[in-house]
Design a protein around this ligand. Structure first.
Ligand SMILES: [Zn+2]
Length: 494
């Protein structure tokens, strides 16, 4: 009898229903209010990773995430990734990374979904129309900190797996998750964790999926590249202390004058980088690529309106997109030590530190860029014949990431978008930097796809961040369909 029971249970378990996209889509539709409620619960947790006083909230967020996956039957772990050193030298534990696994069938592909559940800071008085930690729906938009970046996309990936389970449909691929809590402050500790788990957790992973970005317009998009970033400090030190300009002005070499003089040799007013070697390293723009930009849905005028400027540096869409995605640029961010308070103090600062960054694109190499920038600034400084001292340091050196557009992972993405959203996606890049993509590529060597579901106007990192209900729910359906499509992708690029 026992034998019979065991056998019939096994048979029952093996009898999964066949894949039926319509049924899965219907399931997602009929559970959308539940999904919104879960997002509300998640947004209510102030998981701000930049504020150490909120660390308990952040840890609570990691626990909730782990619990949700555990309840679904996943093999879940909270991975210790060490300590964070604060500026005063004290150490506090970093929030644990949540990993989960659904299925370990070696005949299937294995995808690993990366996401994060920490958020940027937000206060009502920053200019939010609603309480940032109380998800509020207005005209189909769900307003709340972290709604689009990255809680709704993470939940959409979880709900996609849940839908298969609820309908007793076999998952087309094994699904793993790696969900962190320090993304907004630079993914502290994650690089080391990925290296440590390269031959364990990642060993059977075929593809990595990242959904931590947005569309460029109302049209769905697949993202195939991000720019890297090299961040520099240039310090000019002169007199022993700040001087009064009335007494010393005209008799000393002023550090600020030196600094501004050399900063002005980085880039000209038309946007051309003047540091020798930088432009030469940039991969040539092909005609095919230019055609791709021309076909992308992007409105220059509304872009201009959005940022509130009268004129942009480029007047054609293709030129503008190329300069946002596939060319480097220099941005000057600030000068530490400069007099910046209101009023008219006539001070000569003794030491000033400029902060600037250079976005990285293929085939630039941050190590070479470091040398090029340092050599260039030192040469320009030498021309000034100043007794002051210049020190140039590169504090961040994040490489760019670009996927092969012909990779079948992207073909699978196109099919899923077409099926669920009825459109061909635009193939886009990010002008900003998502260093984790490059880390995954360099350390694990796995193929990566960025599959965004965020809207172009979600206001990530700013006030009134939102995720539209449409993008959240249709995005969940897109992920459901992608799990099916990616199961058919070849393991090797052909
Ligand atoms: Zn994010």
């Amino acid at each position: 009898m026992l034998h019979f029971l065991l056998l019939s249970t096994l048979l029952l378990m093996a009898q999964a229903d066949p894949f039926q996209l319509d049924a899965l889509i219907q399931y997602v539709d009929s559970h959308q209010d539940e999904y919104v409620e879960t997002l509300r619960d998640w947004v209510a947790v102030e998981s701000d990773s930049s504020d150490v006083l909120k660390r308990a909230e952040l840890e609570h967020m990691m626990d909730i995430t782990a619990e949700k996956l555990r309840k679904m039957g996943g093999k879940v772990e909270l991975v210790d990734i060490g300590d964070q050193e604060l500026s005063d030298g004290t150490k506090i534990p970093l929030p644990k990374v949540v990993t989960a696994q659904f299925g370990s069938d070696s005949s299937k592909r294995t995808v690993c979904i990366y996401g994060h559940v920490d958020v940027q800071p937000a206060k009502k008085e920053d200019g939010w129309a609603t309480d940032p930690y109380n998800l509020t729906e207005i005209n189909g938009n769900l307003y709340g900190r972290g709604a689009s970046d990255n809680k709704a996309p993470v939940l959409a990936w979880i709900h996609a797996v849940e839908a298969y389970q609820a309908l007793n449909m076999e998952l087309p691929v094994n699904v793993k998750y790696i969900l962190e809590g320090m993304e907004e402050t630079g993914s502290n500790g994650l690089d080391a964790m990925i290296s440590q788990h390269n031959h364990t957790f990642f060993s059977d992973v075929d593809y990595i999926i990242i959904s931590d970005c947005g569309w460029l317009s109302r049209k769905p998009a697949l993202t195939y590249g991000t720019r890297g970033n090299c961040y520099f400090l240039a310090e000019v030190e002169g007199p022993k202390q700040d001087l009064h300009s009335g007494v010393f002005g005209g008799t000393v070499f002023e550090p600020m004058t030196d600094l501004i003089g050399i900063l002005d040799t980085l880039i000209d007013s038309s946007g051309k980088i003047l540091i020798p070697g930088i432009n030469e390293a940039v991969a040539a723009l092909t005609e095919e690529e230019m055609k791709l930009y021309e076909g992308i849905e992007f409105d220059l005028e509304s872009y201009q309106r959005k940022i509130g400027v009268d004129r942009l540096m480029y007047s054609s869409k293709a030129d503008l997109l190329a300069h946002r995605w596939r060319y480097p640029t220099v941005s000057i961010h600030g000068i530490e030590g400069a007099f910046s308070a209101p009023g008219t103090k006539t001070v000569i600062p003794a030491k000033v530190i400029a902060k600037f960054s250079i976005r990285q694109v293929p085939d630039m190499d941050p190590l070479l860029v470091e040398k090029q920038v340092s050599d260039h600034l030192n040469a320009e400084f030498a021309k000034r014949n100043s007794p002051n001292k210049l020190k140039v340091t590169m504090v961040i050196g994040a490489k760019p990431w670009v996927a092969d557009l012909k990779d079948s992972l992207y073909e699978a993405g196109k099919r899923a978008v077409k099926t669920v959203l009825g459109a061909d996606p635009d193939m886009i890049r990010e002008g900003g930097t998502i260093p984790i993509a490059r880390t995954f590529q360099d350390v694990t060597g796995k193929r990566i796809i960025m599959l965004p579901i965020g809207g172009f106007d979600d206001g990530l990192h700013s006030q009134n961040e939102k995720m539209s209900r449409y993008n959240y729910i249709e995005g969940t359906k897109l992920f459901v369909a992608y799990l099916h499509e990616v199961a058919q992708v070849w393991k090797v690029v052909i």
